[in-house]
Ligand binder design. Sequence first.
Ligand code: GLU
Length: 281
Amino acid sequence: MWSVSLSKFRTRFAPSPTGLLHLGHAASARAVWEAAARAGGEVLLRIEDIDTTRCRPEFTDAIYEDLRWLGFEWPEPVRVQSEHFADYASVVEALEARGLAYRCFRTRAEIAAQTPAGQVFTSAPLSLAEEQARLDAGEVFAWRLSLAACQAALGAAYHELSFQLETEAGLETRRADPGLHGDIVIARKDSPSAYHIAATHDDALQGMTHIIRGQDLADAPHIQILLQVLMDWPQPIYHHHALLMGPDGKRLSKSHGSISLAELRQDGKTPDDIWAMIGLQ
Ligand code: GLU
């Protein structure tokens, strides 16, 4: 499947412990571990639990248990993102220090009201005086990455951003369009980091050569590549595997009533039954 052969192929499985793993996660984990096995590489398990309002330690424990039960192995220690907020804060600080981030005082509700459906958020930073007035008034804010500032900083290189995508047809170079994401939030009061910052930081720190994840994250490289260029991090090769669909043709997830692996195990199912249920041997 991989058209490049790298001696140090390394990828990761990076679930968020917001609930119990279900069949879709099992299929995704298979895609990741099989790709690594074919390439003679390794898979690191990473727990992406920076959203402290939605993630719970018991779900982290359940991830370890379910994955071991399915027969997957990974090196220890596992990187648990909630133990490394200082690392992600330093990335945010570096971006702020370079004038690439700005404070956004709009609430989520205001942004939803001001952004037409299907469009992404971009906004001009406030004047220094207005920003100071709002800070003095104790208003909360989020840090956002300014695409306009990134564009100014990178010049022509911004328009030439691209990433490597492994598809059925082989390795392709895709032009990146960070604008798909608008000015992403990189930190906010109730959560000192955000997904793209933590994930790309850790992918670089952990030496990931390949990022294998579901089609639901197919747009992520468009912004992650920008962060990699800004932070001078290596650029991994991306692959997006097809998502497991339910009988109703919709994506399998908790909201569509997919049964958890833990429940299936309690019902007496074996790992082989799980693979048969998702059409894999
Ligand atoms: N933690 C993310 C999720 O569970 C995966 C992120 C990634 O693979 O980059 O959807």
